[in-house]
Design a protein around this ligand. Structure first.
Ligand code: NAP
Length: 207
């Protein structure tokens, strides 16, 4: 009998991707015994109307460059190619069709994003369809996450283990800080892979 595949799905805007994201994915792969981690750059994030993100094709390319040398990392165009806003539930359902029912999906993203889960489309169905992995920096106030979740969802975290928290030291790196550094001419060396720093510089992004 074929065993159940454990698929990590790394969801994010990745504007740009940085070492915090890469370490998160590697840590999830190793701690949760995942078979692979599929990076899914968001196409048109439903919650980001105030700030224009970089063109999805460029964000996708940067994720492809940054993950190329890791054998258990892959990149998906599922949200880039799907018309309309990028809702997580639609992505999970599409991936379930591709990977089949014998796959457990672990949707990995930032804890601050998961704090907002009630504003997402069909949050309870997301929790039916996959595990949520909330990446935090050490010392993150977990009570904040728990208090923000209504009892029915908090129960799934405490009792059913459907929300998993992963502490990632290098998550103090943030895309916002990297964009600000580029804008003000400060170095982003050692915060992003070298190829990404060059790609940003070459294309004049974030200036
Ligand atoms: P965000 O709100 O920009 O990010 C919140 C925090 O989480 C930031 O500190 C961010 O750091 C961090 N973060 C984001 N993705 C991460 C990842 N994969 N690993 C570790 N930290 C991460 O979040 P976002 O990137 O736009 O969205 C996160 C995911 O949630 C996406 O897949 C998005 O499609 C999904 N989402 C879905 C809905 C919906 O279905 N309605 C609504 C909102 C979000 P950085 O800025 O450094 O990445």
């Amino acid at each position: 009998m074929r065993r159940v595949r454990r698929l990590g799905v790394m969801g994010g805007t990745f504007d740009p991707i940085h070492y915090g994201h890469l370490v998160t994915a590697e840590e999830a792969w190793s701690q949760l015994h995942l078979d692979e981690v599929l990076f899914v750059p968001s196409g048109r994030p439903p919650h980001k109307k105030d700030r224009e993100s970089l063109d999805p094709e460029y964000r996708y390319l940067m994720v492809a460059i940054a993950t190329a040398e890791n054998r258990h990392f892959q990149v998906s165009r599922v949200e880039i190619d799907r018309p309309g806003l990028s809702y997580t539930i639609d992505t999970i359902e599409e991936l379930k069709k591709v990977y089949g029912t014998k796959t457990d999906i672990f949707f990995i993203t930032g804890a601050d994003a998961i704090l907002e889960i009630l504003t997402w489309k069909e949050p309870e169905r997301i929790l039916e369809e996959c595990y949520l992995v909330a990446a935090t920096r050490p010392g993150y106030d977990l009570d904040k996450l728990k208090k923000a979740l209504p009892p029915r969802i908090r129960k799934r975290m405490d009792k059913d283990g459907r929300i998993i928290v992963l502490e990632i030291p290098s998550l103090s790196i943030s895309s916002t800080d990297i964009r600000e550094r580029v804008r003000t001419g400060r170095s982003i060396k050692y915060l992003v892979p070298e190829g990404i720093a060059e790609f940003i510089e070459k294309n004049g992004f974030y200036r």
